[in-house]
Design a protein around this ligand. Sequence first.
Ligand code: HDE
Length: 678
Amino acid sequence: MSDKRKVDGNSKNEQLEKFRVDDQDKKMTTNQGLRISEDEFSLKAGERGPTLMEDFHFREKITHFDHERIPERVVHARGYSAHGEFELYESMKEYTRAKFLQEPGSKTPVFVRFSTVAGSKGSGELARDVRGFATKFYTEEGNYDLVGNNMPVFFIQDAIKFPDLIHAVKPEQHNEIPQAASAHDTFWDFVANNQETAHMIMWHMSDRAIPRSFRMMEGFGVHTFRFVNEEGKGYFVKFHWKPKLGVHSVVWDEAQKINGKNPDFHRADLYESIDNGDYPEFELGVQIIDETDENMFNFDILDPTKIWPEEDVPVRIIGKMTLNRNVDNVFAENEQVAFHPGHIVPGIDFTNDPLLQGRLFSYTDTQLIRLGGPNFHELPINRSVCPFHNNQRGGYGRQTINKGQVSYHNNSLANNTPSVSSEEEGGYVHYQEKVEGRKIRARSDSFKDHFSQAVLFWNSMSDAERDHIISAFSFELGMCKSQSVQQQAVNMFANVNLEMAQEIAANLGVTLPESGGSNITKCSPALSQENTVNLPDTRKLAVLIDDGFSDEVDKTLKGLEEKGIHIEIVSKKLGDVKGKNHRTIKANQTFATGDPVLFDAVYIAGGDNTDKDFDEKVSYFVKEAYSHFKPIGASSDGNRYLEAINIEGKAGVLSGNIPSNFVESFSEAIGLHRFWDR
Ligand code: HDE
């Protein structure tokens, strides 16, 4: 394989560098390279006369502008990306021949795009929605794309229903309302009339649908894929991404407000973290099932509406992805990147999951319209880091200049090259699964249990998570106008849990279902966010401060910073705030820009002579943070605000009367994220 190149974590960056252009301090030219003498006035016949057709600079500038939009993605339009590297901890040689999974310590460049699904390109990022989590590994054997979501199951079992699902969730046809929301009649009508959605809807109504950060979500390949090893033996495999910071969410009231205060909340969080050197990290886990165990489970392992409970099939952590570089240009990279579950490498193969099979068609097809032709693989972000050679020629925007007269196979004029590779040389060989059957449009009986795992999910939730699910259903269905749709949905979810459905029905004022429920008692602790990793690192703390703050504030802030907490100083105006000891702290937010929903926690530093306006602003800030269950701390000066609104001593509320271990206890509280028992 002489034309293959050794890949390391930086290989893609080196390749992209050849395409990067810095316009700063350069002379302006046309696209043809002609220097331009004037860029403000079009060429006219007389100062007040008509513009002349011969103004090539005007024509080029306007024409390019007129054409600078491309169709947004039909789903996952709103997304944001970053570069990074994947490092393997443990060789997977026993299970797969994929080169990037052989050598512990080896590094592969990656590009990740996170997204919402339903909203258009400019929509708010805190929609209640599934998040896309798509990773492109630039391996020495070609690009491998793991195009997953932040939930491990999907709404439907067969790709032929995807247009129906998406038509139902997108804004309604007649009035294009609502944007980026599933809280409307057509979505819930689809749900109630397509009951395979039950399990995914439980995830969709859970806190997973409103993540605190892209850095704090899990990722899942969803489908069952196949690993194939050097001997040709196959294994079923599911892929997981586990965030080092744990899985955390916001609450719904907060999500709605963030969409107004900062609709770019998630992308800004990702961009700033990488910019600050707080590189997001995700560990890659695999669940592996031997082919001989295919039928050992009480669900079909090829059904994409089912998980393999982690307690039954453990997740083996095999490597870590670190996102360490922001994009240089969002259009060139985030918009033009083309993912495809069919971008595969030797050692990884598909299964007969009918959802996966359909995706294998859709992703190339969609790039043809979105990126304007068959040469999208030549765009810098999509290029593999190993060379590509074949007999494909022409098409819009072709960049490769293929030399020679031959563009067909077999040939004698070019020694029958480019030549195919044997399996030993790295040629992709499809797994020789034995298949036989009649042509039939039907679903296997093994795919027909839609509720058992929805029940498993419900059983695994903490009390707070259950409350949130009931509130989410009540909100979403409450936004529906059709009482029939509301009733159908409530009746459907009585199959998951009768009390849950009755509570939702009561909130909606529809008839309470009388029967339902399930006798399944199994639960999977791994599904609850209550059992996730809790760390204070990179959490954002708002410090509310005014002139005359006390010495203890300095010490506290220093201590919290050492714990990895990010501090923003919020005051009445920007600039210097003076402390008692003549020390100053710079306010970088005001009460107008720094809303409580944009922070993870609040610290009331206070001041020695605060006015009514400051007191009111602090009081609003603290009440809001309290209602969103966030940790709140106060200095000795700040205590009076806690007293005034009667929250002193409540869970997650720490007063400065215990300064000796305040930093320790407060940073621990910040790590705990939310205090539900208030
Ligand atoms: Fe996608 N999906 N999808 N999807 N999907 C697209 O491809 C499709 C599905 C996912 O950041 C589109 O390039 C069908 C499951 C992500 O660029 C499109 C079906 C999962 C992204 C498409 C599914 C996903 C997409 C739109 C039913 C999780 C964003 C733009 C069989 C495993 C990738 C594009 C990015 C994007 C089709 C179901 C994840 C139209 C037909 C299941 C993360 O091709």
